[in-house]
Design a protein around this ligand. Sequence first.
Ligand SMILES: [Zn+2]
Ligand SMILES: [Zn+2]
Length: 332
Amino acid sequence: MPEIRKDPVVDRWVIIAAERNRRPFSPRSAAAPVEADPACPFCPGAEHETPPEVYAVTEGLRLPDTPGWRLRVVPNKFPALGGEGPVEEVGIAGLSRAVSGVGFHEVIIETPDHFTPFARLAPEEIAEVLLAVKRRFLHYKSDPRIVSAQFFKNQGPEAGASLAHTHCQIIAMPMAPHRLAEELAGARAAHDRLGGCVYCRAMEEALLAGDRIVEDGEDYLVYAPWAPRFPFETWIAPMSHRPRFEAMEDDELIALARTLKRTLARLDRALGGAPYNMALASAPFDAGSPDWYHWRLEILPVTARPAGFEWGSGFFINATPPEEGAALLRTV
Ligand SMILES: [Zn+2]
Ligand SMILES: [Zn+2]
């Protein structure tokens, strides 16, 4: 019999319907690019095709926006948010409300190598990406207009990547997005009820049960949440209570890079190179160091698309129970 599971923090229900797993499934592949693309704006030599870089990891001395880099962060050429000026209400009419679209939308070009996908980068290269995210978060945080930032990665066209050369993105916003705000409220209420962090508690329970654990490391826990929206949805969170990503020490992020690489390799082997989205959940910049929030990295493989039922109901149907998904990921 299917089960309708509730997320322990937010009011989100997921139908775990293992029977549906017997439907035909054709893994989509997010295979690495095999042909060179002379028009790729992220390859060395094409630095002038992007807006001027705001951060780079380089091989020795080099002029900005020239070859000789290992990683570049550039503003998105087609930004979702941007611009100077204050955050203010604009164009208010009746019930319609809007504020000026101030923020940052930046692209992290993870490597000069056009052909290597993120999961196959060396752990040191993945660490440089995570450290760049931390540095950029600290930069946005110094801007009083910015309240939160969303780091995310779309791997493969089905996951929303428009360019093959591996990259990830950050959008920094003048508000906390709805999902984070809802989660903060839920986490705070749960904290009051439990007398402690609900995420720490959920991880303890997962460890005790054991069947949703993918990797029980010294610094990080890799596991499937109780009510995952998607098959093989996998979370990586620090074992100790840490509210915000950008407060992590550099050597902790170097350890995270190794854990992340192992986890992506497991997913790659289990799902035949399926495309995926990855998103960071971390406390907003104006939240201090809350006892009730705990950052995590979510990896969301794209094996099926949310469809009419999901959009209409806000419920998700997941055909792979997280216990089964984690069991497979442990063995590959
Ligand atoms: Zn390229
Ligand atoms: Zn915690």
